[in-house]
Design a binder for this molecule. Structure first.
Ligand SMILES: NC(=O)c1ccc[n+]([C@@H]2O[C@H](COP(=O)([O-])OP(=O)(O)OC[C@H]3O[C@@H](n4cnc5c(N)ncnc54)[C@H](O)[C@@H]3O)[C@@H](O)[C@H]2O)c1
Length: 246
């Protein structure tokens, strides 16, 4: 087991990529602390993991709510003793052309996708620094390179890479690896929201000629969360079928 007894916090784990990461980590022996805006979904994931004998705590937590995050982390440390891994996966889109974008469309995307990660890291970094061990994985997107209708989303997903690099430089001396992953088109509800002609176009320009599955992203995340990736930090690794080759 590649994450035996490691304690992993995963945000936005009620469905999609976050749920796939949670299930993969649990199968590799991690104790999980999962949260989502949607309580029903998060409890479904909890039940599934517990049904397979996994140890998991589920919370309804909004990553923009610092006091809710603080309570979750407190509970996690009280139940599991520590936190080893943080996956900042919670993310949203509010796609619209910039000239029609409302200020709140900009603010909510930045608050969830970027500040949410900042909030989560601030809540756990002290625990990691104290024991000189930690793995932080921030979920960016191939969309960081820019897409029509996604000025807010692209800005948030490119910013999270800068955040990742700076934090990797700050925390490396404390044994903490900080990396980002950039999924391409992955079959989740977020992908279902993309118009069909755009999905077809994306498939056409993707070297692997298909959309990806959440489990394929979870595999990359597992590698970065494990000690197999001990000498990798400050990177943004794409899992996108080759759609972008930076
Ligand atoms: N699906 C894709 O094609 C794709 C591609 C690139 C990057 N991503 C990124 O992967 C991550 C997961 O995306 P997904 O496709 O699984 O999306 P999804 O919409 O299926 O799931 C996202 C989950 O995050 C939760 N969430 C949203 N806002 C939250 C908040 N404020 N606090 C806590 N939880 C919140 C939602 O309730 C949902 O359960 C996101 O960061 C997304 O930007 C997805």
């Amino acid at each position: 087991m590649r994450l035996k007894d490691k304690v992993a916090v995963i945000t936005g784990a009620g469905k999609g990529i976050g749920a796939a990461i949670a299930k993969r980590f649990a199968a590799e022996g991690a104790k999980l602390v999962i949260c989502d805006l949607n309580e029903e979904n998060v409890q479904d994931v909890v039940k599934e993991i517990e049904g397979r004998g996994g140890a998991v705590l589920g919370f309804k937590v909004d990553v923009t709510d610092r006091s809710a995050i603080e309570s979750m982390v407190k509970q996690a440390v009280s139940d599991f003793g520590t936190i080893d891994i943080l996956v900042n996966n919670a993310g949203i889109v509010k796609d619209v052309m910039l000239h029609k974008m409302k200020e709140e469309d900009w603010d909510i995307v930045m608050n969830v996708n970027l500040k949410g990660a900042f909030n989560m890291v601030q809540a756990v970094i002290g625990i990691m620094r104290e024991k000189s061990y930690g793995k932080i994985i921030n979920v960016s997107s191939a969309g960081r390179f820019g897409n029509v209708g996604q000025t807010n989303y692209s800005a948030s997903k490119e910013a999270i890479v800068g955040f990742t690099r700076s934090l990797a430089k700050e925390a490396g001396g404390k044994g903490i690896n900080v990396n980002a992953i950039a999924p391409g088109t992955i079959v989740t509800d977020m992908y279902a929201g993309i118009p069909e002609h755009i999905r077809d176009m994306m498939k056409y320009i993707t070297p692997l000629a298909r959309a990806g599955q959440p489990e394929e992203v979870a595999n990359l995340c597992l590698f970065l969360a494990s000690d197999e990736a001990s000498y990798i930090t400050g990177q943004c690794i794409h899992c996108d079928g080759g759609i972008f080759m930076p």
